[in-house]
Design a protein around this ligand. Sequence first.
Ligand SMILES: [Fe+2]
Ligand SMILES: [Fe+2]
Length: 284
Amino acid sequence: MTVQQSKSPTELEFGPRRPEFDIDDLLASDWHGGSAFRTAWFNALSMLFPLGEKFFIESVVAFRDRIEDPRLLGEIASFQAQESVHRLKHQRYNERLCQLRGYDLPSFEGPLRKRMAWAYRELSARRRLAGTTANEHLTAIMADDMLRNRDCFVGVDSRIADLWRWHGVEETEHKSVAFDVHAAVGGTIGERRMALLLNTFYFFKDSFRITRAMLRHDGKLWSLRVWASGINYLFIKPGVLRRIARPYFRFFRKGFHPWEQDNRNLIAEWETQRQTDSRIAESP
Ligand SMILES: [Fe+2]
Ligand SMILES: [Fe+2]
């Protein structure tokens, strides 16, 4: 009898999509409703993905041989496939963005490369996997907020909002894969809690460092108005980071599982919207 190591909803099925996003002209501009801060914030997040997602894939795949549940093995393959496409799309996004705006890509990625080298040197494979469960929690709760609330992308061209929502949908679909693998190979809640604390610190350190560097390059670093609007967006209205505080802390609770909040409805709504959009695009 095979053990059931996947704890995702039994009807859940997912795999990679390969959408195309024609966004080059948008990347040259303050595409997030003309806001320098919001644009730099999202562009900074994009900078974290190619290296981060490479690390996530490697940390999960390292344990594939120790998984018996065929369903979880299938989810690992889908996780790997989805994250690989995310890496590719964001790598292209980042290269094009830096080309168009004159940003220095290696200076954004340098500290991430160093930290990952440190993690490979100093941490066990299971600790690195715990780090991935923490980062997948962060991406899953941000994705949930983004898909649930239209106010995240007010004034944003749908072509680039689509890219972020597509990524958000796939983060939702595979949100429990790293978690279930970590639990299946004997990973402890203590390891995951510690990893979330550490990775939250680094997430904010990296995202604000890159946001600041972009604003400095654009000559907007010392604009009080730019920072006031940014703080407002993140913490007050709509307060996209304030809103995820409650789901964030659930991760520390005993017995937590990423699917205890079943938000498959957000995936279904996005699919329906996408089909409607493509029908409209196809009609003469
Ligand atoms: Fe991703
Ligand atoms: Fe992910």
